[in-house]
Design a protein around this ligand. Structure first.
Ligand SMILES: Nc1ncnc2c1ncn2[C@@H]1O[C@H](COP(=O)(O)OP(=O)(O)OP(=O)(O)O)[C@@H](O)[C@H]1O
Ligand SMILES: [Mg+2]
Length: 371
């Protein structure tokens, strides 16, 4: 069993605060992904859990123990880095067993664990090869095998796929997911790729400037982003974020007015604490806007006319750049027909149930949840 808990963990480099007030409980066998822009403190946090970096404040628990003062090798963790270094002179078989040989484990145990890891990862045919004779993806699997044979309580991955090309990345992502289903170890995985985060995680931790911005399931961070930052970070293409204004709708209700464009009625039951004549950020997912008849099911449709300025076909879908009042927004259409092209005065539909509002000043989400 290995839960991992971080209690008010902080890291300072001189006067620079790299990680601040980091509080998180990770369950046994959970797959948690840290995601966030470059420099937000993902690797630093992971390295503190691994014991490769001292912590400036707080406590780190692995299982029943506070590990603050334990060296890395006493923490029973395995770490796979972006630049996994494989010894060039060792065959795959030798490198898989290396850690266990160093720990002077019995020969039979080493053989058994190496066999298990190599069959889990499909390395059987490669055991006699040295790294120079392996592809990028195969090397990556060897590095993971090396981590698995140690039977750790916790796996730590720091951007393990960022050296691979897009196709291989996708394949390895699937491999890692399958591996977790078989091995069921607690995993903490760092990436700045939000697709990787969405597909792999039980829970995603979105970080920004050394702090946690939101912790939630992939569904939660996508559907109820806690802040404008998360809304703009999770989702591809990102959510349209529009500087807008709350106005009266003339019938006692409220609407959110897009500059030079429509005023979209707001469901008063959903948005609490939203007042007329305040500035907000309006968030609209590209998939919540579609030309009439081309979108998915829409719960509360709101129609308007707009000009399609640009079409970006992506095969199974297309992105449309259109003018919503004075602002440009991206709409996403699934299964576009062959003749989708720039055109003036096209009827579009927005799903009013998919509006997101964020406080203009704090950037926090505005709805019942934030009360
Ligand atoms: N040894 C160090 N001394 C001073 N500052 C450091 C040190 N190590 C990291 N930092 C700073 O701490 C911050 C967090 O770094 P970290 O490596 O954790 O970022 P990251 O989220 O992993 O980014 P990336 O996605 O680029 O890998 C950065 O601003 C970095 O410059
Ligand atoms: Mg990093």
């Amino acid at each position: 069993m290995a839960e991992v808990s971080l209690r008010r963990v902080a890291k300072r480099y001189g006067s620079f605060q790299a990680v601040e007030n980091f509080d998180l409980d990770i369950a046994h066998e959970e797959f948690v992904v840290f995601v966030g822009p470059s420099g937000c403190g993902k690797s630093t946090t992971l390295r503190m859990i691994a014991g490769l970096e001292d912590i400036s404040d707080g406590e780190i628990w692995i299982g029943e123990r506070v590990v603050n003062d334990l060296p890395p090798r006493a923490r029973n963790i395995s770490m796979v880095f972006q630049n996994y270094a494989l010894y060039p002179h060792m065959t795959v078989r030798q490198s898989q067993g290396f850690g266990l040989r160093m720990a002077r484990r019995p020969k039979e145990e080493i053989a058994e664990k190496v066999n298990r890891a190599t069959s889990l990862l499909g390395l059987q045919g490669l055991l006699a090869r040295r790294p120079a004779a392996l592809s990028g993806g195969q090397r990556q699997r060897v590095a993971m095998g090396r981590a698995i044979v140690r039977d750790p309580d916790v796996f730590l991955f720091d951007e393990p796929l960022s050296n691979l090309d897009a196709k291989l990345r996708g394949q390895m992502r699937t491999e890692i997911k399958k591996l977790h289903e078989k091995v069921r170890t607690t995993v903490i995985y760092v990436t700045h790729d939000q697709v990787e985060a969405m597909t792999l995680a039980d829970r995603i931790v979105v970080m920004r400037d050394g702090r946690i911005e939101q912790v939630g399931t992939p569904y939660e961070v996508f559907h109820t982003p806690a802040s404008r930052f998360v809304a703009g970070f999770i989702g591809s293409p990102p959510m349209n974020l529009i500087d807008a204004r709350i106005v009266g709708d003339g019938q006692g209700g409220l609407a959110v007015a897009v500059p030079g464009g429509p005023a979209l009625p707001i469901d008063p039951a959903r948005f609490v604490g939203v007042r007329a004549d305040t500035e907000v950020t309006l968030g609209l997912r590209p998939e919540s806007i579609a030309p009439e008849g081309m979108g998915g099911p829409i719960e509360r449709p709101y129609g308007f006319a707009a000009d399609i300025g640009l079409v970006e076909p992506l095969g199974s879908e297309a992105l449309l750049i259109l003018a919503l009042g004075d602002v440009e927004v991206t709409a996403r259409v699934f299964r576009p027909g062959p003749r989708l092209a720039p055109e003036a005065g096209v009827r579009f539909v927005i799903d009013l149930n998919d509006l997101h509002l964020f406080d203009d000043t704090t950037g926090r989400r505005l709805d019942r949840r934030s009360e």
